[in-house]
Design a protein around this ligand. Structure first.
Ligand SMILES: *Cc1c(COP(=O)(O)O)cnc(C)c1O
Ligand SMILES: [Zn+2]
Length: 433
């Protein structure tokens, strides 16, 4: 066996072939550790470059291309892959200019099979469920986790149960859960309440829990970093900017970066910037105290994917920030929605939470923390179609407390040539932003 679980607090170790989400001794979060000593000799840049463009499963996946870094013990026949990853890295010049940096890349994780980066974690988590012989899987979700789990569970022939809040779930995400055939349980609890419930119910009914507390999901999500760095021909950017909700991604990025560095695959570490929504910013508040104080908060933001007041992976994220000399900041819903409108109008498109990456980059440049000559990779976490209500609401100016700075009005016209010409000519002076 190449891998084992280790408690990040007390160091207690456990085998990977049993169902376990937390440390028995102290309740701490678990990490998957791999035996780098045996694996290291084969882990070269060239080894991974030779797999690029592979047509064979599982190496055609942008996750499993890095199998030795993610789950070396998994037998190929057990891997549940759609396949995910292989997402684009855009380099939009005018968005870089708007943010105030010379080079801005946007890694579009909305281009995954179910439209968010969650697929990279789910392929790891559902593969582990299959290895453990579990028939049923469950999660609580703000939407994308459940959409992803519903798909991967169906694909693997497992039963899937998802806990959703009855308010503020984005339409696209709800539709996916139902479409992929999951048992969708709407409760009147918020995300944080549902998460506690799903853990209890699953223990009682022998269901495998696939929330981001599950360390095998984080292993899959490390591949976002691996792919970015390989796409940059193993050159390390100065910054990686990522939205922060439950902080699974931030945690996975820190772990992945440290492993690449320790293995000698990169020669320095980029700095991590985690961006939260102002109304859901417990990590930012703790950061301001030097992480001496953490308090959960009641979360409120239009960016429903990061509407989380008590992030499960808080400690792992703090560790990631320490490893990478990282920073945390917040942006307002107004800033999120305006940045989203710019990403959308660039033809790229993303869901609200994703726009934290661009809005946060601009804010950190204005604050003098990111410098204009530095190279920034922003992560776009979800697809533009996930939350159509937010997009339409913004452009029709019906969102509470938001004044659209980059509005694209739906135009009305009678079905006559005269009226159409009148409307279009009235628009003649309008130049694209
Ligand atoms: C889950 C999600 C996030 C938050 O990621 P965490 O790992 O929970 O911090 C951000 N954006 C989108 C679109 C998501 O689905
Ligand atoms: Zn422990």
């Amino acid at each position: 066996m190449y891998s084992r679980l280790q408690c990040m607090d007390c160091g207690q170790e456990y085998p990977v072939n049993e169902v376990r989400y937390a440390c028995d001794a102290c309740g701490g979060l678990l990490d998957v550790l791999h035996d780098w000593k045996s694996l290291r000799p084969q882990l070269t840049r060239r080894f991974f470059d030779e797999r690029l463009g592979s047509l064979d499963a599982p190496y055609n996946s942008g996750v499993w291309r890095y199998k030795e870094l993610i789950y070396p013990d998994a037998a190929d026949r057990d891997i549940v892959s759609r396949p995910e990853g292989n997402t684009n890295l855009y380099c939009p010049r005018h968005l870089a200019e708007w943010a105030g940096v010379k080079t801005l890349y946007l890694k579009h994780e909305g281009e995954n099979p179910t439209g968010s980066f969650k697929d990279r974690g789910m392929t790891g988590g559902v593969t582990q469920a299959r290895i453990l012989g579990m028939q049923r899987v469950a999660c609580a979700s703000t939407g994308n986790t459940s959409a992803s789990l519903a798909s991967y569970a169906a694909f693997a022939g497992m039963q899937c149960i998802i806990f959703l809040q009855n308010r503020q779930i984005a339409l696209g995400k709800l539709a996916q859960g139902i479409a992929y055939g999951a048992i969708c349980l709407q409760t009147d609890g918020d995300f944080d309440t549902n998460l506690a419930l799903v853990r209890e119910v699953s223990e009682r009914l022998n269901i495998y829990v696939l929330n981001s507390v599950n360390p095998f999901r984080l292993e899959g999500q490390k591949s976002i970093i691996f792919e970015v760095i390989q796409q940059l021909k193993w050159q390390v950017p100065d910054w990686i900017v990522v939205p922060g909700g439950n902080l699974g991604n931030s945690s996975a990025f820190g772990k992945g970066l440290k492993e690449l560095y320790d293995l000698g695959l990169i020669d320095r570490l980029p700095r991590l910037a985690v961006i939260q929504a102002e109304g859901a910013s417990p990590l930012y508040r703790a950061y301001r105290t030097g992480f001496s104080d953490f308090a959960a908060m009641k979360a409120e933001t239009l960016a429903t994917a990061i509407k989380i007041g008590n992030p499960v992976s808080y400690k792992r994220a703090v560790r990631a920030l320490t490893w990478t000399n990282g920073v945390v900041d917040y942006v307002t819903d107004q800033q999120i929605m305006d940045a989203k409108a710019l990403i959308d109008a660039a033809g790229i498109g993303c869901e609200p939470a994703s726009a934290c990456s661009l809005a946060g980059t601009r804010k950190l440049v204005e604050a003098g923390i990111i410098r204009p000559h530095e190279t920034v990779v922003g992560i776009l976490t979800g697809h533009v179609l996930k939350d159509p209500d937010a997009t339409i609401g913004y452009h029709s100016n019906t969102l509470e407390d938001i004044t659209p700075a980059h509005q694209n009005l739906l135009r009305q016209s009678a079905a006559t040539m005269d009226d159409i010409v009148r409307v279009l000519e009235g628009d003649a002076g309008r130049v694209p932003a």
